[in-house]
Design a protein around this ligand. Structure first.
Ligand code: MOS
Length: 744
């Protein structure tokens, strides 16, 4: 495998930097009409009246669609409702309002300006009811979700009470994380085009097949009448992992107007109608012997959901598998509020859960007067302690070792506030990173064209991660073609189906299918040459030939070779093709599949102002084989950057009176900028996972954010002596010495 892992430049890079890459809202359509979504201004109640007369009278206005005139959908719009990915949507089927910023109307006009103006002229009055917005008060009414994300709601192993008795050193603390909203550069956008009974959707989605099925079911039409096209996505991060209301609304508006309709969300509409990370409150109890051996662990996690659908931030997943603690209880409870339904947001559950777990471990290390890294090693899980299965691969011990060495962990003096340079308090902290190594069934096709190039395709997506590039590498490697002679196609629901690009699964799922399809068509090409009396390779033993740079070539006499174009020309000039589908076997029953990493953070805190800077992060990962060193590294760095944001900046601030977020823009919803990101040192170990797939790819999309908030929180504690258990760690919390809601 010569090309696998090479740091190839992105094959779509030039298209992107020259503006040629076409995103969902950018497809040229004759007679295109522009839609603007109007959203509710109250958090709970009913629409009392709608006066559309002024809006409708404005120039260019084609449609004002509200619950009074929207087409009636099967099951009141709930036909596609199948959580977590089939959403309970807001499709103008009734006059109910469940959260502020919920879609209540769609205005369509000939230009975006006319539509925007008309949308502002729509007069809607409401009958408001008191909204449920106080998470902490509502915790008393929390309920247990039903198998969140297909996993157990609660777990119990060993004898927790006995474990508590055996562990005299205790930590009992509550950690909280705020609501957050995905803000990829490209907000959600859909173009809906009807051609008779056929619907084409240009959509910014992490799953073309999922979007097709969700929209078809919701509209009550056969799935083969819907085609979803999504060649480029300006970031998704889980927010585009399911189809939200605007997608079906665009299709409805296009049907009503008889025109192609474009509906692009405005930045403030990213806060509510299209998911986000719920807030969490996580109660941890740890008990250990004086030598650091964990004897008991309890993790009770609460997160908010909406009043229309159950969604669970699965914070306890990471707790169940991280350490070899014999006695453990974990629980998930959810708290319905009048907010939009939360959703997958980069490492959903692991980001928030690892903040709490890895902060608690740091607190325990301090209590034990033990090095935090030593405490992790002391309780290293040699097998998955919850599933009781061996790991498919686990390089965490090596991650700790390499990370500690590169970072200079040994320079850390244990006492808080003990490292200082002038007026700068220096803190060093670490945490474990982990994320499941998921894999789902995927299919691909490979076609050698008469000109000697190849088209390789799968109905997967490139959400900015590099799928085009890495799948080109996999195909080139299997075919024996140069990468520049391969075109990889994706983002079209008419291609062989692949899973949604979520759960860090695309590379692991799609690469084996691409490799199988490419290998099969390569074998067909070889067979054609060997059977052709006009080929220099006629009659050569199949074991003695290979394909190099597009030429079928004799291994023994490399001068004997035959280019693909000539082979196909002599065979009649038709393309040859193979399709393959690949999925896991029973190894999923026998092994536990996870990626691991170690994150080390150095923070600098101003002794007077308490401003926090992350001076350096060293992160070392065991994530199986990399398909491309460059795109992989970029993606892991992106995870670290988001981890800095989660630790120090990100928070959607909910107005407790009106249920509206007060910072629905990128000026006030803070994400890291260059000044917030200093040295990032990312290392990926050469890890061989013999079980995940023939390529050994474990996935890298989400592990990069995990562990980072805790590593930074632990570093802030080490710098200042202040333990902030509430994200984001802002300077006021450090200044106040923080006020933990400890329940001990
Ligand atoms: Mo990821 S949050 O599963 O797109």
């Amino acid at each position: 495998m010569t090309l696998i892992g090479q740091p190839l430049d992105r094959t779509d890079g030039v298209l992107k930097v020259t503006g040629e890459a076409r995103y969902a809202a950018e497809f040229p359509e004759a007679r295109l009409a522009h839609a603007v979504m109007v959203t509710s201004t109250i958090a709970r109640g009913t629409i009392a009246s709608i006066d559309a007369s002024r809006a409708q009278a404005l120039p260019g206005v084609l449609l004002v669609m509200t619950w009074l005139n929207a087409p009636k959908l099967p099951q009141g719009g709930k036909a596609g409702f199948n959580p977590p990915a089939g959403r309970y949507l807001s499709l103008l089927q009734d006059n109910q309002v469940h959260y502020s910023n919920e879609p209540v109307a769609v205005v369509v006009a000939d230009t975006l300006e006319h539509a925007t103006d008309a949308a502002r002229q729509l007069r809607i009055t409401y009958q408001s009811q008191p909204a449920t917005l106080d998470f902490h008060a509502e915790k008393a009414n929390a309920h247990a979700p039903d198998n969140p994300q297909g996993r157990q709601t609660d777990t119990r192993r060993g004898d927790y009470d006995a474990g508590l008795r055996d562990g005299p050193v205790r930590i009992d603390a509550v950690y909280t994380t705020p609501m957050e909203h995905h803000n990829p550069m490209e907000p959600h956008a859909t173009m809906a085009v009807w051609d008779g009974p056929q619907l084409t959707l240009y959509d910014s989605t992490q799953g073309v097949s999922g979007a097709k099925n969700a929209v078809a079911k919701t509209l009550g039409i056969a799935p083969d009448r819907v085609r979803v096209i999504s060649p480029f996505i300006g970031g998704g991060f889980g927010g585009k992992g399911s189809s939200w209301s605007h997608v079906t609304l665009a299709a409805m508006a296009a049907k009503q107007t008889g025109r192609p309709v474009r509906l692009a969300l405005e930045r403030p509409q990213m806060f509510g109608p299209v998911g986000g990370r719920p807030c969490t409150e996580q109660h941890f109890v740890l008990a250990a012997k004086h030598d650091g051996t964990l004897t008991a662990m309890r993790h009770d996690s609460f997160s908010n959901t909406s009043l229309i659908e159950d969604w669970t931030e699965t914070c306890c997943m990471v707790t169940r598998m991280s350490y070899a603690v014999p006695n453990q209880i974990t629980t998930h409870r959810i708290v319905p509020l009048n907010v939009g339904t939360p959703t997958f947001m980069r490492a959903p559950g692991e980001t928030t859960g690892s903040f709490a777990l890895e902060s608690a471990m740091d607190e325990l290390a301090a209590e034990l007067k033990m090095d935090p890294l030593q405490l992790r090693l002391k309780n290293y899980a040699e097998v998955d302690p919850q599933e009781n299965k061996p790991w498919s691969s686990k390089a965490l011990r090596e991650c700790y070792r390499v990370g500690a060495e590169r970072f200079g962990w040994s320079r850390r003096t244990p006492a808080p506030r003990s490292m200082r340079s002038g007026n700068t308090l220096i803190g060093l902290g670490m945490a474990t990173a982990t994320y499941p190594a998921n894999r789902s069934e995927a299919a691909a096709l490979a076609r050698i064209l008469p000109d000697g190039t190849a088209l390789v395709a799968s109905g997967t997506q490139d959400i900015g991660t590099g799928t085009y590039t890495v799948m080109t590498q996999v195909a080139a490697d299997a075919l024996g073609f140069a990468p520049e002679n391969i075109r990889f196609a994706l983002g079209d629901s008419t291609l062989p189906p692949a899973p949604g690009s979520g759960g860090s699964r695309s590379a692991a799922s799609v690469s084996p299918a691409v490799r199988d399809a490419a290998t099969q068509v390569r074998d067909k090409l070889i067979a054609l040459a060997l059977a052709d009396s006009a080929s220099p390779l006629y009659g050569t033993n199949v074991a003695d030939v290979t394909v190099q740079n597009g030429w079928v070539t004799s291994r023994k006499e490399p001068s004997k070779r035959d280019p693909a174009a000539a082979i196909l020309a002599r065979a009649g000039g038709q393309p040859i093709e193979a399709q393959a589908s690949a999925k896991s076997g029973d190894e999923r029953q026998r092994y536990s599949f996870h990626s691991f990493g170690a994150v080390f953070a150095e923070v600098h805190v101003d002794a007077d102002f308490n401003t926090i800077r992350v001076a350096k992060i060293t992160a070392v990962y065991g994530v199986g084989r990399l398909l491309n060193q460059k795109t992989a590294r970029s993606q892991l760095m992106g995870g670290l950057v988001w981890g800095i944001g989660a630790a120090l900046e990100e928070e959607s601030q909910l107005d407790p009176r009106y249920g509206r977020f007060t910072n629905m823009n990128l000026a006030e919803y803070h994400v890291p900028v260059n000044a917030d990101v200093q040295a990032l040192d990312v290392v990926v170990l050469d890890e061989v996972d013999p079980y995940i797939s023939s390529l050994g790819v474990k996935g890298i999309g989400e592990i990069g954010i995990t562990g980072v908030p805790a590593a930074i929180a632990n570093a802030v504690y080490h710098a200042t002596g202040v333990r902030v258990r509430d994200l984001p760690i802002t300077l006021d919390k450090v200044m106040a010495g923080h006020s933990p809601r400890t329940t001990a």
